[in-house]
Design a protein around this ligand. Structure first.
Ligand SMILES: [Zn+2]
Length: 458
């Protein structure tokens, strides 16, 4: 997908490679083993923190980055990979302060520290890189990653865009905390996840520092740049930071305030809001055809409707706090967020919950919709197809009818509490549902999650 660029030859040849020996361990795997995206993520280490110092010039689309990655090895390693597209040029890599050899091919940045690393060793990897970042086109034809706008970048990274702008272990199973230090021209704003820590100007440029203190999957990170109206205020006791493109100013007057009621309601259903701040980004630009539940700060290509906003905020629990283990389990994100959207429309008095279910269920039995098993849409090209959303939401409604309201919401709250800031899969959700309800739910989940065809309502 990406063209191969010449390596940073000077940096590469200056470092003598240690000859391989039998005691040097093995190289880490180039992927995390996810069949939908085999090269995504890497083996042999676990990242704890990313410190990303980025300098971005929107008019030339030039990005200069220093990524300081703190990790721990999980095996003896002769070499390891980071995910970064090779259209960005790596200039230098150090491992624990020592210059390391490296090479780039496709989305793999291979780092050879010269001598083997022990298992369980603390690792600090510093990668200096630059270039003109661009987005990737996904198997379903949509764009993600570094998507340029007329005044900066719309940065949404699900499922594979993180590698377009920073090096890392980009499978969702390796969560980490982040600090973003982003320098842009004075008339632009750099928005990222978490809390805005500082903002300082000098020489016509402004540096924004953002801290994401709760662990986050790579695809939920953002650095979005543009001309924005930045609002940072308390709403219903929670810090809300919003960034709205001035083109949407008239439609977004109360955008920050709108977060309060949704988060209060969802907190009452799913458990306390898990992060130290919330908010959203509304960016005018190339319409990507989707919005994304960026952690703490969803990104939208337009001012969101109540249902869309509730969907992305529900993801803060389902998808962000608890993240799937494999991409095929994506219904754990989308089915749950869609059901939460139905709950919110019911709460607002717009659409009764049962009506939302009934209209989804009315899809004719012969329709292709019923042929996709919810819990494995089959390939990365089907990741965001409607059964993942609507059939997923219907699955939860049927579960609720089978176990009753009390057990149902205890299942959801326990799901969040037990897997907070971690990952979990469909089988864990089924096991939890059976444990809390005390019921054998095998046939319900078989019909709704795993078998093609329209399930009966009994
Ligand atoms: Zn969603």
């Amino acid at each position: 997908m990406k063209r191969l660029l010449a390596l940073a030859a000077a940096a590469f040849v200056a470092i003598p490679l240690t000859p391989a020996s039998a005691f040097d361990g093995a190289p880490g795997a180039p992927g995390a083993g996810d069949p939908y995206f085999p090269n995504q993520g890497n083996g042999g280490y676990d990242v704890g923190h990313y410190d990303l110092a980025l300098d971005y010039n929107p008019s030339s689309n030039t990005l200069t980055g220093v990524a300081t990655i703190t990790a721990k090895t999980t095996q003896e390693l002769s070499a390891f990979d980071l995910d970064l597209v090779d259209s960005l040029s790596v200039r230098k890599v150090t491992v624990n302060g020592e210059a390391a050899a490296f090479s780039q091919s496709g989305q793999e940045l291979v780092v050879d520290p010269g001598s083997a690393l022990d298992s369980g060793e603390d690792l600090t990897v510093v990668v200096r890189y630059d270039g003109k970042p661009t987005h990737v086109v996904d198997p379903d034809g949509s764009r993600d990653g570094w998507i340029r706008t007329n005044d900066g970048v719309f940065n949404a990274d699900e499922p594979q865009g993180a590698m377009t702008w920073y090096p890392g272990n980009h499978h969702m199973t390796d969560k980490a905390t982040y600090r973003f230090t982003v320098t842009v021209p004075d008339d632009r704003v750099a928005v990222a996840n978490g809390d805005l820590v500082s903002r300082r100007s000098g020489g016509g440029r402004t540096t924004y520092v953002w801290d994401a203190r709760e662990p986050m999957a790579s695809y939920l990170a953002t650095v979005t740049v543009g001309k924005f109206q930045l609002v940072d205020k308390k709403v219903d006791g929670l810090r809300v930071i919003t960034a709205v493109d001035p083109k949407f100013a008239d439609k977004a007057a109360n955008f920050a305030e709108r977060h309060g009621a949704v988060i209060t309601y969802f907190s009452s259903l799913f458990g306390p809001y898990p992060f130290s701040s919330t908010g959203g980004i509304v960016d005018f630009g190339p319409n990507v055809g989707y919005s994304l539940e960026v952690q703490t700060r969803p990104i939208y290509p337009e001012v969101p409707s109540d249902s869309l906003m509730s969907h992305e905020l529900a993801h803060q629990w389902f998808g962000d706090t608890v993240t799937p283990t494999r991409w095929k389990d994506i219904w754990l994100n989308e089915g749950f967020a869609t059901y939460a959207e139905w709950l919110w429309l019911d709460k607002l008095g717009r659409t009764p919950l049962q009506d939302s279910f009934d209209s989804a269920y009315a899809t004719a039995a012969g329709d292709a919709f019923w042929q996709t098993p919810t819990a494995d849409p089959g390939s990365a090209a089907n990741l965001f197809n409607s059964p993942v959303y609507e059939r997923g939401a219907m699955t939860l409604h049927m579960l609720r009818k089978a176990v009753g309201d009390d057990a149902f919401f205890r299942i959801l709250r326990t799901w969040i509490a037990e897997h907070k800031f971690g990952n979990a899969d469909t089988s864990a959700f089924i096991a939890l549902s059976q444990r809390i309800s005390g019921k054998d739910l095998t046939s319900l989940f078989d019909a709704w999650l795993f078998k093609p065809g329209k399930p009966a309502l009994t």
